[in-house]
Design a protein around this ligand. Sequence first.
Ligand code: DAH
Length: 365
Amino acid sequence: MSDLETIRKEATQAVASAQDIDALEKVRVAYLGKTGVITSQMKSLGTLPPEERKTFGASVNVVKDEITALIENTKQALETAALSARLAHEKIDITLPVRPEQKGSIHPITQVMEELTAIFGALGFTSEEGPDIEDDFHNFTALNIPANHPARQMHDTFYIKDEKGEGGNGNVLRTHTSPVQIRVMERFVKEKQQSPLRFIAMGRTYRCDSDMTHSPMFHQIEGLVIEEGVTMANLKGCLTEFVRAFFGRDDIPLRFRPSFFPFTEPSAEVDIGCSWENGELKIGAGKSWLEIGGCGMINPNVLKNVGLDSTKLQGFAFGMGIERMAMLKYGIPDLRPMYESDIRWLNHYNFGALDIPSLVKGVAG
Ligand code: DAH
């Protein structure tokens, strides 16, 4: 048997016994690589007498082509086998039922915020936002609460410290949503907009206070109307309409109790009628009253602070706690679990994502 025949046979065996691509690659290098068996046969051509060179060269090429084709075919077969093995191994049964998953749902605070947006939207209010971190001017001074004014003590303010943990630049975590009044009025002036201006602003507010009914972070809704000729009567009408739409009842009495807020004059606290039956709170005409927020006619000083002409324009404002509204409407007794992410509480009080807010019935507009 010629050398070449031996090489061909051995190579064929070596290819046949290669179990995977790596082994096959080794065979390829051993025969066809730079120092491989076939390659050295080619190199030896130069040492042969010219008359042998041609026939031997042709024979080497035949064997070389044969081995090359064999390796190529085997490579494809191994790759196909590897892919099939992988597919068989990774096979997933798409008919298997999915693992049970918790469905997302709407937190009562979000639910109430959506209800507030819908009701006030129907009453002609747009929605505005402001930053959680406020400067002293917007949170206090512009709202007619100057430095050292006792009203600042009504707000247990979180002051933002500087990087060294000292002093700070006077920024605070907003203690109420009222600074959004200032921001929107500033824009109103800057953009020379025409009255009426009617908006609500909802969002997080912060006070250094924590117990059954207070959380250091809570939510408020602010409302503001600037419109020629609006009076306290419009304010009362607006809030009455709102309360009745929110609770879905036409017979809830409201009481406007004189009070003090630096940014409104006159100011009032808003109470709704309620009664207690066997320790259970019922909203509606009864012997008791529940406070739900504050309101009043915008103090002319506030209008002046943003550059509005207080001799020509007037308006009203109001503010309410959103947690409190949610607790009253949905009978939630304790405020704290609202932020504890306890799945049992959430399952009990949350709303399905497709629940349609029960409202807007009865809202004029
Ligand atoms: N900012 C007040 C607070 O947090 C609530 C409030 C009262 C807002 C009267 C108003 C208002 O706009 O007119 O206690």
